[in-house]
Design a protein around this ligand. Structure first.
Ligand code: PGA
Length: 257
């Protein structure tokens, strides 16, 4: 990656860790990281909603320079939306990142490109940064439509945004077939597809594309981080399974420096 884009390693804890477990994990993670890690890599954790407040107070009181992220939100700021959480509520907890359009939300909870685009705007409006997820299924990959799929998802989410707003977005390219399966895209393939996403951002928003961080996600683990992060287009990782354990996540962060 180029020096102007500081790598981001974001742990997506999905539906794991109670608030008590989350406090322990973030404390243990902080014991394993030092100033050189934080200087080289921005580190974020994205706990479940029920753990956000506890993790926030732990990070604040122990002065741990790890950013807080959430895994989802609604696009409205308040209202009669039983079960939903608004961007404003997250921003009050010092949440910096919100994962938007993760493939599990798209596939299991029917999240459409339209909903994803609204959420991106709402997150930006609440002064946070979306981590917008894009990626193809195995079928789409086999049909040779990977580039078309990721470019289409990127356009659907970002078209019409001002360049300044696009500059605040992070994108995560996650091939769906690589999530939680132990399979990863080859570093070369991931690099090429991320290049396609970057070109799409350039079409939409011009030169901010060169500053936009685009992460790779899908079975990132200590053993494959270094080769992925050596690729010029890959600016960090969205890490699921390997971020649940503080030893593994600390190693991923260190190999990503
Ligand atoms: P994984 O998940 O690292 O467990 O494959 C990544 C993700 O879904 O963000």
């Amino acid at each position: 990656m180029t020096t102007s884009r500081k790598p981001l390693m974001a742990g997506n804890w999905k539906m794991h860790h109670t608030h008590l477990e989350a406090i322990q994990v973030v404390q243990k993670l902080s014991y394993r990281l030092d100033d050189r890690d934080y200087k080289a890599v921005e580190v974020a954790v994205c706990p479940a909603f029920t753990a956000l407040r506890s993790v926030q107070t732990t990070l604040d009181s122990d002065r741990i320079p790890i950013a807080l992220g959430a895994q989802n939100c609604h696009w409205e700021s308040h209202g009669a939306y039983t079960g939903e959480v608004s961007p404003a509520m997250l921003a009050k907890l010092n949440v910096r990142y919100v994962i938007v359009g993760h493939s599990e939300r798209r596939e299991l909870f029917g999240e459409t490109d339209d909903a994803v685009a609204r959420k991106v705007r709402a997150v930006l409006g609440a002064q946070m940064s979306p981590i917008l997820c894009v990626g193809e299924t195995l079928e789409e990959r086999d049909l040779g439509s990977t580039d078309e799929k990721v470019a289409g998802q990127t356009r659907a989410a970002l078209a019409g945004l001002k360049a300044d707003d696009v500059a605040r977005c992070v994108i995560a390219y996650e091939p769906i077939w690589a999530i939680g399966t132990g399979k990863t895209a080859t570093p070369g393939d991931a690099n090429a597809t991320i290049g396609v996403v970057r070109n799409t951002i350039r079409e939409l928003a011009g030169s901010v594309a060169d500053e936009t961080r685009i992460l790779y996600g899908g079975s990132v683990k200590p053993g494959n981080t270094a080769e992925l992060m050596a690729m010029p287009e890959i600016d960090g990782g969205l890490v699921g399974g390997a971020s649940l354990d503080p030893d593994d996540f600390a190693r991923v962060i260190r190999y990503g420096r």
